[in-house]
Design a protein around this ligand. Structure first.
Ligand code: ADE
Length: 232
């Protein structure tokens, strides 16, 4: 099977996975940390991208072009913006969109110039596996849900009610907002690499978002990542 890439933005999001990866070998490239090793018989390349679309794009490109990954997972946390998407829930992406892409009036709002689309679909197989893993992960906890659908990305930590309302108004089916997913989606589209994105909801992207985020990222996101990689 093809080598699996796994990327997270922040160390807390990948820590438990790296601790469980038995034979990882650290390499540094472009200011990034990349771990090459194995996970349950798969060849795995894990990397921290740093935060934001550019950082994520560089990392995804490196893993594909330099480390030869043929499948890619992005894991981490996100702000919940869909109705009923609560802190502690998991969102598995079926599509990703860059909510801050706007080359209008040359191209329609959100459209990727030259591509003719604004939404990029994830791999159905990886997405199905992530959904199963998410259900399983939440199986022990009460009241938490798995959502599947649109995740939007932009170079902005969303932290006010007004911003959330603006996103909801223009993208009513968006479930969660984060800062990397749609960027790696574009890289994977260009290289023809199947990918999946899974996010644990750390906050509601409102005025308390920064407080909830910091607490959650350490406690919950990291163990979740292990379960997700287990699934594929
Ligand atoms: N990642 C986690 N929470 C977020 C938020 N509120 N905005 C953007 N990215 C996030």
């Amino acid at each position: 099977s093809t080598r699996l890439g796994i990327i997270a933005a922040m160390p807390q999001e990948l820590q438990a996975f790296l601790q469980a990866m038995p034979d990882e070998h650290l390499q540094r490239i472009g200011g990034r940390e990349v771990w090459v090793g194995h996970w349950r018989g798969h060849e795995v390349v894990a990397a921290l991208s740093g935060i934001g679309k550019v950082a994520a794009s560089i990392t995804a490109t490196l893993l594909i072009a330099r480390f030869g990954v043929g499948r890619l997972l992005f894991t981490g946390v996100a702000g919940g913006i869909g109705p009923g998407v609560a802190v502690g829930d998991i969102v598995v992406a079926t599509e990703l969109l860059q909510h801050d892409m706007d080359a209008s009036p040359l191209f329609p709002r959100h459209e990727l110039p030259g591509r003719g689309i604004s939404r990029i679909a994830t791999s159905p197989a990886l997405t199905h596996a992530l959904q199963q893993a998410a259900q399983h992960t939440l199986g022990v906890t009460q009241g938490q849900r798995v959502h599947t659908g649109l995740i939007v990305s932009g170079d902005r930590f969303v932290s006010s009610r007004a911003e959330v309302q603006a996103l909801q108004a223009e993208l009513p089916d968006a479930l969660a907002v984060e800062m990397e997913g749609a960027a790696i989606a574009q890289v994977c589209l260009d290289f023809g690499v199947p990918f999946g994105v899974v996010r644990s909801i750390s906050d509601r992207a409102d005025d308390d978002a920064h407080v909830d985020f910091l607490q959650f990222v350490a406690e919950v996101a990291s163990p979740h990542a292990v379960a997700m990689v287990d699934s594929v």
